[in-house]
Design a protein around this ligand. Structure first.
Ligand code: HEC
Length: 122
């Protein structure tokens, strides 16, 4: 193979490696739990209850929708767009930063699969 050709293939390979950003959520540590819980109490609890409708749909159902697609939940929290215009008003909140959205998604999914956690929202 010519040098030019190898260089070209190498450039392509490196380009592909850096172009693919793998989505991942932070690990649910005790620190993350307490930060997320505090954020929830300040920014989410006013409208959401865990298991029942309040000023917004129950958080348990909200999160369950995204159990297989946490990346979409992160996107939603960073940029809430109307989801159920027939039933609910749009969610009007200060959009979360990527870091906040990932923290909340990681924690809420953790709570969904660990409903006995003492930090579970009411
Ligand atoms: C001002 C009230 C209000 C606050 C505060 C609020 N929400 Fe919501 N939330 C809503 C409403 C209303 C909906 C339904 C919106 C829709 O269906 O378009 C909703 C829907 C959602 C959904 C489901 C979206 C879907 O695809 O069905 C998630 C997840 C969610 N909220 C998470 C959060 C989180 C996390 C917080 C705190 C950072 C938060 N919400 C704070 C009112 C609120």
């Amino acid at each position: 193979m010519s040098f030019g050709k190898s260089l070209c293939i190498l450039t392509l390979l490196v380009g592909t490696l850096f172009a693919v950003e793998v989505f991942s959520l932070p690990k649910v540590t005790p620190e993350l739990k307490s930060k997320a819980q505090e954020y929830y109490n300040d920014e989410c609890k006013a409208c959401h209850r865990w298991e029942r409708k309040f000023a917004a749909p129950p958080m348990k159902e909200n999160v369950a929708q995204y159990a297989d697609n946490p990346e979409e939940m992160v996107k939603y929290l960073m940029h809430p767009t109307p989801r159920h215009p027939e039933t609910w008003p749009p969610m009007e909140i200060t959009p979360l930063t990527e870091e906040q959205a990932k923290m909340m998604t990681a924690w809420l999914l953790y709570i969904l699969s660990n409903p006995e956690d003492p930090g579970r929202p009411k």
